[in-house]
Design a protein around this ligand. Structure first.
Ligand code: ZN
Length: 140
């Protein structure tokens, strides 16, 4: 006799609950493959991932395009390209592993502000803005 099995999914988790490990499947784009994500939140509708393209500025001022491994940004980065993925089909369901499809790409510029040490802020500027979400003191 076959034993009846059922997969039980818990209700969506909220803050304060223990983190769940998801496997995101990414279809299309440079990030195609799977991604292990440990999070307390539900998988979002949309995710932005780095592509393999990065603009950097050389010491002589020239701008060059480099292949980016997606790890740490180099101190001379100017802008990077993000790949936008949207969840496939329905809304995220509880703890099911989501599938994302590549829908678009977006350039992200570096924040123009200088830090107190006189170096350029390493963070990415907000969309359509010159500065990141940090409030910088203007260096006057
Ligand atoms: Zn900044």
């Amino acid at each position: 006799m076959m034993k009846e099995t059922s997969v039980k999914y818990e209700k969506p988790r909220s803050k304060g609950k223990k983190a769940v490990e998801y496997e995101y499947t990414l279809i299309g784009g440079h990030n195609e493959g799977t991604l292990q994500i440990k999070t307390r939140r539900l998988p979002p509708k949309r995710i932005n991932l780095s592509s393999d393209m990065l603009y950097t500025q050389k010491k002589d001022g020239r701008v060059s395009i480099e292949k980016w491994t997606g790890k740490k940004l180099p101190p001379n980065w100017l802008s990077s390209m993000l790949e936008i993925y949207e969840i496939d089909g329905k809304e995220p369901q509880g703890e099911l592993n989501p599938v994302y499809r590549y829908i678009d790409h977006q350039m992200v510029d570096r924040c123009s502000a200088k830090t107190q040490k006189g170096k350029r802020c390493m963070k990415a500027a907000l969309p359509g803005k010159n500065y990141c979400y940090v409030t910088h003191k203007s260096p006057k």
